[in-house]
Write a protein that binds this ligand. Structure first.
Ligand SMILES: [Zn+2]
Length: 208
């Protein structure tokens, strides 16, 4: 598409944002060059209230209604960009199947292969929890932050959440089972020191 630069009175988009008008249609484009992603904004009068975003190759295309305030647009685009970057990161960190392999290994070593899981994956939206387990659905989610920690800490959290498939709360039986993994005590100490695990051994509510 042949795009030509147009002046954009009344807005101050900053040096990294360019606004274009396509002479053949009434679409307006903005290209925001950033380190990770190119963003194109398409403002269409046909999309009165619809706000949509999709990835085309490495480019994020954002559809916006005409007449939105520039500052509002920028905030929205930033939010969508972050959301898609998190998605991309999630795909990236899950692609080597580390969790699935560890699950199978621990299942055989500690649970006689009896545990069943529907999904075990790294997630990027668990800000406070290291991991979570929903025994009813057979789902385990592990925080991507643990990828920055020693491998035995990550493995402990995997063991912890797997043990929840058998013991939903932090009962004595839970800790006995989780303690069969040789790094459990050490990893808990590590996480407590970092303020990332509570110093408790008895059951509490929640699925942490
Ligand atoms: Zn727990």
């Amino acid at each position: 598409m042949e795009a030509c630069r147009v002046s954009d009175p009344g807005s101050n988009p900053g040096p990294d944002v360019y606004f274009f008008a396509n002479p053949e249609s009434n679409l307006y484009l903005a290209c925001i060059k950033c380190e990770h992603m190119e963003v194109k904004v398409i403002r269409s009068p046909d999309r009165k209230k619809t706000i949509q975003a999709k990835m085309v190759g490495e480019t994020l295309i954002v559809y916006l209604p005409l007449g939105m305030h520039r500052e509002e647009e920028r905030k929205l685009i930033e939010k969508m960009k972050q959301k898609l970057e998190k998605k991309k990161l999630k795909r990236h960190i899950n692609k080597d199947d580390y969790l699935k392999k560890r699950f199978d290994e621990f299942n055989n070593n500690y649970f006689q292969g009896k545990l069943k899981v529907n999904s075990i994956e790294f997630v990027t939206n668990q800000e406070t929890k290291n991991g979570s387990c929903t025994p009813a659905n057979g789902t385990i989610r592990i925080s991507h932050k643990l990828l920055d920690m020693p491998r035995w800490v990550l493995d402990y959290v995997i063991m912890h959440e797997m043990t929840h498939l058998m013991h939903p709360d932090h009962s004595k039986a839970f800790w006995e089972k989780a303690g069969e993994f040789k790094y459990t005590e050490r990893a808990r100490g590590f996480l407590i020191a970092k303020g990332m695990e509570e110093e408790e051994t008895e059951s509490k509510s929640g699925d942490a």
